[in-house]
Write a new protein. Structure first.
Length: 180
């Protein structure tokens, strides 16, 4: 029952994040930071093997959701709200598998969005050239200048849909061929 509450709360946060990202291009701290706190508090109280284990699992999942993507934020590859959203999903679900599935599905959907945008705007060659330039700069340990005219991928929407898929899979409502 507790998994349903945690995942259901995460669904609410993900849908709200998707809507705000679509409308404003941002995922706000007023949504993600309280969600992290609610998740940590919920699993401290509702943890099945005691409060410290529930808090520990939630905190570990929060860090697995936030820390790797914070590195991407520092490199300029995504916004801070996106990383905090994944941290909130981890804290609310209380399971590292759910947050990693959310990230996997979200990034897969974002790649599909990016491909559609590149084809529609006829910028596939330009994008590949920019990627090669970025890789060359990073291999030289220099920070590349990011062009300001690059299309924006709404990661809040991608993570929202990905999180709903991951949550349904985690709750055994949806069984995909690769599900554990």
């Amino acid at each position: 029952m507790n998994q349903w509450i945690g995942v259901g709360t995460a669904f609410g946060v993900l849908v709200t994040a998707a809507i705000t990202d679509w409308k404003t291009g941002k995922i706000y701290n007023w949504l993600t930071i309280p969600a992290m706190g609610v998740g940590l508090l919920f699993w401290t109280v509702a943890g099945t093997e005691g409060p410290l284990n529930g808090l520990g699992q939630s905190a570990l999942s929060l860090m697995i959701g936030f820390a790797p993507f914070a590195v991407i934020v520092v490199l300029g590859g995504m916004g801070g709200g996106d990383a905090k959203l994944l941290g909130a999903v981890g804290a609310l679900c209380g399971d590292w598998r759910c947050v990693l599935s959310t990230a996997f599905y979200g990034f897969s959907l974002a790649a599909g969005f990016a491909l559609c945008i590149m084809v529609k705007r006829r910028i596939v060659g330009q994008t590949l050239s920019r990627l090669l330039t970025t890789v060359m700069f990073l291999s030289a340990r220099a920070r590349p200048e990011m062009p300001s005219d690059s299309p924006r991928i709404p990661m809040g929407i991608a993570f929202g849909v990905g999180g709903i898929l991951a949550g349904l899979e985690y709750l055994d409502v949806l069984s995909l061929p690769w599900s554990l």
